[in-house]
Design a protein around this ligand. Structure first.
Ligand code: 1GP
Length: 250
């Protein structure tokens, strides 16, 4: 299974993808099992695994526990080079192109490249663009970078185009986990209209209405973490909102 090919095929046919972000330190044990069951029932497209810190969980065991109960592809969304496991189906190889921290542009990649190549895991290089979400989030702090101001669409657009021209395979517009304000509709539309590669959007999306708005604005893939951690049942309504939006766009 080549997940990137699936993502490209879905984009061509305007099928929107719903991603549940799991932080292994926060959702584990029985809570993980319940969440996975809801993800199965709601036909969640992908699971992203990651967190700014991963301190209490063995990632291999965590993925095997998911794999024992679900066929949903597991994609690593690593907060650090320690968050790599060959049990996953793919890895987002994130370059933080909104920032000017060389470690997150190329340094960490050099550190982890040989191990990743050897693991044989599918690698999806992704331009990670941090947008101001109205509060200091973990990713702001941990990355030691400044987010792009939320109203500066042209900077987000130029950054996304630069990522595409550099050969990155996807762009991720990120307001930060738990953001007060998600990425604006106008910015999503502006970026989506400027690139041909898939656009992931996440950060601060709490309601099915907000999810639908982001999808209709041009996101191909929507990532939701925090809101689902607080209320796993939300997975069902979020999925319906995202997947039904696929059909309503011509
Ligand atoms: C964070 O974009 C994701 O990396 C999801 O954000 O946790 O706010 O949904 P939330």
């Amino acid at each position: 299974m080549n997940l990137y090919n699936n993502i490209i095929a879905a984009k061509r046919t305007n099928k929107k993808k719903f991603v549940v972000l799991l932080d292994p330190d926060k959702t584990h044990g029985l809570m993980l099992d319940q969440t996975i069951k809801l993800c199965n029932d709601a036909h969640v497209d992908y699971l992203f695994l990651g967190g700014s810190l991963l301190m209490h969980t063995d990632l291999d065991d965590y993925i095997l526990r998911i794999k024992a109960q679900s066929d949903i592809p597991v994609i690593l969304f690593p907060g650090s080079t320690h968050q790599i496991s060959s049990e996953a189906d793919a890895l987002l190889y994130l370059s933080m192109i909104s920032g000017r921290n060389p470690e997150l542009l190329i340094g960490k990649h050099v550190e982890s490249a040989a191990q990743i190549k050897q693991s044989g895991i599918e690698v999806i290089s992704t331009g990670y663009i941090l947008i101001d979400g109205g509060r200091q989030t973990s990713v702001n702090y941990m990355s030691n970078t400044m987010p792009i101001p939320s109203d500066k669409n042209s900077i987000a657009v130029s950054t996304a185009i630069a990522g595409e021209l550099l050969g990155l395979k996807m762009i991720y517009l990120e307001a930060g986990s738990g953001a007060t304000t998600p990425v604006s509709s106008s910015m999503i539309t502006a970026v989506s209209n400027s690139i041909d590669i898939p656009l992931i959007v996440g950060g601060g999306i709490r309601t099915p209405e907000a999810a639908e708005k982001s999808i209709k604005s041009g996101a191909d893939i929507l990532v939701i973490g925090n809101a689902i951690e607080k209320d796993p049942q939300l997975i069902i309504d979020m999925s319906a909102a995202i997947h039904s939006s696929s059909k309503s766009i011509v």
